[in-house]
Ligand binder design. Structure first.
Ligand SMILES: NCC(=O)CCC(=O)O
Length: 345
């Protein structure tokens, strides 16, 4: 930025003034763990994590997901135990996604707002047993839709406004069950305003919305679709509602719109390949900004680590720190418990 005053040009940059070598030797500030700790700009703590978890039917079920080693689908009772462990580790929030079999997927997606679907049962059980952990949810029709799309499909098109009406019903069922944070991941237009209006009208003034505002149509979601049972179901792609990976300005338009419609927090997704977007969003709006380190990012790190090609723990911690450096206030990550154990041994 430059301003002109009395013919003197003042130039402000973020660069600290420094003397030429050898008066300045930047390695001085890297010489020991103590000095590095003193001069470190960003820190990662367990407070930064939202842990995504998968719920399914049954009792006593803890089923591994092959493409996401270390991640499980849990029945409600097992999920309550997982929430308790997360709270004991100091993780502030979990985010619930349902695994649904074909019997729960229909064209009208009615199971999405059933007060007794697995997500809503899990919310109630967790809020009762572990009241201090914040519970976030997923709002989108994909896990209840026969064709795996986030919205209703009519004549091959994903229709917007009718979908938004259904998303509001889904939101209200989750808020009634006790959800703290609603996470609309559907990318329909106008849904944040409609959800906020619905929540206010129903007396849910305290319920927060963390909008998946800048969600890209990404191949990094592959393992997640296995996890929720959507891989076989999805017909076509999601490019008419999720963002084109070539775009950056559009992310700012989406974030601004969602904040204006009543989002409390915003998300960029996926994470690592989109850190430039995180930085732009944080700089432009200063709103609470989160990134989702998605299933494909998790699987890549776990896969390479399992083959001995990288040090899995070190890469995990470095990847999480990168989100803080990019300006994020927090990270949705499947690594949350593992990273918490390293941060607070
Ligand atoms: N709404 C959640 C996703 O679309 C995918 C997340 C992931 O790949 O981890």
């Amino acid at each position: 930025m430059a301003i002109r005053m009395c013919n003197i040009k003042w130039t402000f940059t973020m660069r600290p003034t420094q003397a030429p070598f050898p008066a300045t030797r930047l390695r001085r500030l890297r010489q020991s763990p103590a000095v590095r700790a003193l001069t470190r700009q960003n820190t990662l703590t367990v407070d930064d994590f939202i842990w995504p978890v998968f719920v399914r039917s049954g009792e006593g079920v803890k089923e591994p997901i092959p493409s996401m080693p270390g991640v499980y689908r849990r029945s409600v009772d097992q999920l309550v135990e997982a929430a308790r462990e997360a709270a004991d580790l100091g993780i502030p929030a979990i985010c619930i996604f349902p695994y649904t079999g074909l019997e729960e997927r229909t064209e009208d997606c009615a199971r999405a707002w059933d007060p007794d679907n697995n997500t809503n049962r899990a919310i109630r059980a967790i809020k009762q047993a572990v009241p201090d952990i914040a519970v976030m949810t997923d709002v989108a029709l994909d896990t209840y839709n026969i064709n795996g799309h986030d919205g209703f499909v009519e004549n091959g098109e994903i229709v917007n406004d009718r979908t938004v009406e259904a998303l509001v019903k889904m939101t209200l069922a989750q808020a009634d069950a006790g959800a703290d944070i609603i996470g609309p991941s559907d990318m329909m237009d106008g849904r944040i305003g409609a959800m906020r209006e619905g929540l206010e009208a129903a007396g849910h003034q305290r319920v927060m919305i963390l909008s998946y505002a800048a969600k890209y149509a990404s191949a990094f979601y592959g393992p997640f679709r296995d996890a929720v049972g959507a891989s076989g179901a999805l017909t076509g792609d999601k490019k008419t509602y999720q963002m084109d990976p070539g775009n950056s300005d559009e992310a700012l338009r989406l974030i601004e719109r969602d904040l204006r419609e009543g989002a409390d927090m915003v998300m960029v997704k996926p994470g690592m390949p989109y850190l430039d977007i995180c930085r732009r969003v944080k700089d432009a709006f200063g709103a609470p900004t989160y990134a989702y380190q998605v299933s494909g990012e998790y699987a890549m790190i776990q896969g390479a680590a399992a083959n001995g090609w990288i040090d899995g723990d070190k890469v995990m911690m470095e990847s999480l720190m990168a989100f803080k450096r990019a300006g994020c206030d927090g990270i949705l990550t499947y690594f949350a418990p593992a990273a918490a154990r390293i941060l607070n041994p």
